[in-house]
Design a binder for this molecule. Structure first.
Ligand SMILES: [Zn+2]
Length: 400
């Protein structure tokens, strides 16, 4: 019995699909009463893959694609009754295509063999024949439709296992399945399509991966800008394209502060991305997301500030329950002073300028809840924020 080992390089993005197929293969093998094939996932490797940017392959580009090695080991041959399946032969006009399941046998003579059948000996036109090896090591060619009569067993399950192994092998093929450019036009794509793919890809991958992050990680993954070109369009929804439109509108109306912003805006106005601009264009969605987030934070801060009031009575020594937020140190002509900021449970701000830094204490650090005794020095407003300035601060209790 030959132990057959096949190693495939599967695009990393297809690994989920490969794992599902492998599970099916194992289930099918178990049904045949066979020892299960074993699967091992090996090392990952990044390869540059050339892709066409147009249907004629005039413009091409190289993109890094992450592959993972998968090794499939069968310790038992695929059998129908006592017959081992060596290969399935698809008979073509000039030459046959062989799907082989044994790595020791020399299949060379079979590429131009006619579609004959050992069983019926009729020379019919057949699309597929199967090479079987019997217990005496004879190799026999049998028509697919004669397999059941010839072996005395239903070949369906064994052929299905062959088919699954074929599918696993096919996952390695990147060209059409994984690198199709969808509605990409000549040397670039429309910005709306591309951003739709970027948005879909970012969601699918759970994060936006910049090209520089890929470079720093040694190329162990694919940048969103490139991944989107490969498969983003497959998962893009109508909403993604709508969101892409919103990103474009945002970039068009942007008030550029940097060269980067100006470039973003130029691409948005063109509504078209050349392949050299992919990295920049992909970032457009991120840039909008960040700007949106900043706006949300600013609004949130504004609502918080609007609710803030002064606490305590000026001149009075009082107790305060606060959270120690932060401290900054400032040097002036009298030496160092430390500006401590606290918030009470209602979010009101208390500030203490002290010559002592609370962080010097080993039991106190920012984030701690403190019970203070302090004198209210004054109530003031700093940049729109009501602040209660306290002095002669004494920490009574600290809870980390
Ligand atoms: Zn036959």
């Amino acid at each position: 019995m030959n132990k057959t080992q096949e190693t495939y390089e599967i695009p990393y993005r297809q690994l989920g699909k490969a794992r599902k197929l492998i599970a099916k293969i194992q289930k099918r093998a178990a049904k045949l009463g066979k020892q299960l094939p074993t699967i091992t996932e090996g090392k990952k490797v990044t390869r540059n893959v050339t892709i066409d940017l147009d249907p004629h392959g005039i413009n091409t580009t190289q993109i890094p694609v992450l592959f993972v090695e998968v090794t499939l080991t069968h310790t038992e041959a695929i059998k129908i009754a006592g017959y081992e399946i060596l290969a399935a032969i698809d008979h073509g006009e000039a030459v046959n295509v062989l799907r082989t399941y044994d790595n020791a046998y020399d299949f060379a003579p079979w590429f131009e063999a006619p579609a004959s059948c050992e069983h019926c000996a009729k020379n019919r036109r057949r699309k597929m024949t199967v090479l079987l090896r019997d217990n005496s090591n004879n190799v026999l060619q049998v028509g697919k439709t004669c397999l059941k009569d010839f072996t005395g067993h239903d070949p369906k399950s064994a052929l299905a296992l062959c088919e699954l192994i074929e599918q696993l092998r096919a996952i390695q093929d990147l060209d059409e399945e994984s690198l199709d450019f969808g509605n990409a036009s000549c040397d670039g794509v429309t910005l709306q399509s591309y951003l739709g793919w970027v948005i879909a890809e970012t969601r699918d991958a759970g994060e936006f991966v910049t090209r520089s992050a890929v470079y720093e990680s040694g190329g162990s993954r694919l940048a969103t800008a490139d991944a989107a070109m490969i498969s983003g369009y497959k998962v893009a929804t109508d909403k993604d394209y709508d969101d892409a439109d919103k990103v474009i509108e945002w970039a068009v109306s942007l008030k550029p502060e940097t060269t980067f912003d100006m470039n973003l805006q130029a691409i948005a106005i063109n509504r078209y991305v050349t392949r050299k601009q992919l990295g920049l264009a992909a970032y457009m969605a991120q840039a909008k997301a960040r700007a949106d987030e900043k706006l949300v934070q600013e609004k949130l801060r504004a609502t918080q500030v609007a609710k803030m009031v002064h606490v305590g009575t000026v001149g009075k020594r009082e107790a305060f329950e606060v959270k120690f937020s932060r401290v900054s140190s400032h040097e002036n002509q009298w030496g160092m002073t430390h500006r401590h900021v606290f918030y009470d449970a209602q979010g009101n701000e208390l500030v203490w300028w002290g010559s002592y830094n609370l962080e010097y204490r080993e039991d106190v650090e920012p984030g701690d809840a403190l019970s203070l005794k302090a004198t209210v020095k004054k109530h003031e407003v700093y940049k729109g924020t009501p602040q209660t300035v306290i002095t002669r601060v004494k920490v009574l209790e600290c809870a980390a």
